[in-house]
Ligand binder design. Structure first.
Ligand SMILES: *Cc1c(COP(=O)(O)O)cnc(C)c1O
Length: 374
């Protein structure tokens, strides 16, 4: 780390880093520094993002009929979503430039992540959110880290337009995925999949909202292919919610509607890049209904032990739908990206899963009866 680096806290950690082959605990800036826009002046900050588990399916794999199905648990990132991979790079670059504040528009997870990394670096975070449309957990995180939250009476797309304008007028770093450093950081998830599986999978399934992540995965897989770390590239199968499916329809959606608030976006910022990723990979971007998303959300929780937020289930919902429609994945390896944690959206989880709780007397016979052990 450069002695002139403007953040002091992480200094001196270089020597302490457990530089094992897995990169565990290094953070994405150190682990993939040679593949990221890291200079001698970039502070190698980390909250422990990246190196997320790739978990083999125990149940859905048979139904999909593939050789192997994996879930990449991006929900295990420090703020509970994949946004941390890009945010750590975007915030490090903001610190490197000497910015004192960051700003984003957000459906929730970008703001939670920006707030966490800004707090870590002593920057002020400002977030613009669509009023009343942010899941409770995400709002709680954002507040906890001391971000200044501005709720607008409008959509995410309105919030992003405002964020762009403000950052053009003031020296505040925009940390939405239109910031190229976000995409750079997020591509490291593709590197990890190849590093762990030994090559790229055949298919990668993920939810698509503002379309930064599908763009980032494609970049990561292409870079590893060009560097001959991987011998092939996956098909990218992106899924939007039927009520918020501009990339499927081919035009922006004025009033996007879906239970999956993280992908409730009507005019994706990375539109062209997402279409390019789809076409160059020989993949597809399709729509899944809220019912299909919630069915996959329940199945992940109850048949796989994976608790994600509704948007994250869209990739799995889409994969199951394609299989029902006849897709043949025998001999194929597929990876579904679990983009965010179920704890983000406790209201949805309670609505889907919570039974009416009725207190019973605290005695053994009652408990036995309740457990069906009579
Ligand atoms: C941001 C987000 C998405 C959508 O990613 P994009 O890059 O906007 O397409 C999906 N799921 C979760 C949990 C997210 O936070």
């Amino acid at each position: 780390m450069s002695p002139t680096s403007s953040t002091s806290r992480p200094a001196g950690r270089e020597e302490l880093s457990p530089a094992g082959p897995s990169g565990r605990g290094l953070g994405v800036l150190r682990r993939y520094r040679h593949l990221l826009p890291v200079t001698d002046a970039t502070p190698l900050i980390t909250l422990g993002e990246g190196d997320t588990p790739l978990v083999r399916s125990v149940k859905l794999e048979q139904e999909v009929g593939c050789r192997a199905l994996y879930f990449k648990l991006e929900s295990c990132n420090p703020s509970g979503s994949f946004k941390d991979r890009g945010m750590v790079v975007a915030v490090a670059k903001a610190v490197e430039r000497g910015d004192r504040a960051v700003l984003c528009a957000s459906t929730g997870n970008t703001s939670a992540s920006a707030a966490a990394y800004a707090a870590h670096c002593g920057l002020q975070a400002y977030v613009i959110v669509p009023y009343g449309r942010i899941a409770e957990g995400k709002l709680a995180q954002t507040c906890a880290h001391g971000a200044r939250i501005i709720a607008v009476d409008g959509s995410f797309d309105d919030a992003l337009r405002l964020a762009r304008e403000i950052t053009q007028r003031h020296p505040v770093a925009l940390v939405n995925s239109i910031n190229p450093h976000r995409i750079e950081g997020q591509k490291t998830a593709a590197f990890e999949i190849v590093d762990e599986l030994g090559d790229a999978p055949d298919a990668l399934c993920l939810p698509v909202g503002n379309a930064g992540n599908i763009t980032a995965y494609w970049r990561g897989f292409v870079e590893y292919y060009q560097r001959e770390v991987a011998t092939r590239k996956p098909r990218l199968w992106g899924f939007q919610s039927a009520g918020a499916a501009p990339l499927v329809l081919g035009h922006p959606v004025a009033e996007p509607q879906t239970v999956a608030s993280a992908i409730r976006i009507g005019n994706p910022a990375s539109w062209q890049a997402a279409i390019a990723a789809r076409d160059e990979s020989g993949g597809d971007i399709q729509a899944v209904t809220d019912e299909e998303i919630l069915a996959a959300y329940r199945r992940l929780a109850q048949e796989e032990g994976i608790f994600c937020e509704p948007a994250s289930a869209a990739g799995v919902a889409g994969l199951l739908k394609r299989v029902r429609e006849g897709a043949d994945l025998s001999e194929k390896t597929a990876v579904c990206i679990i983009t965010g944690s179920g704890l983000k959206d406790p209201e949805r989880a309670m609505a889907e899963f919570a039974p009416e709780l009725r207190p019973v007397p605290p005695d053994v016979p009652t408990i036995e009866r309740e457990m069906g052990l009579e």
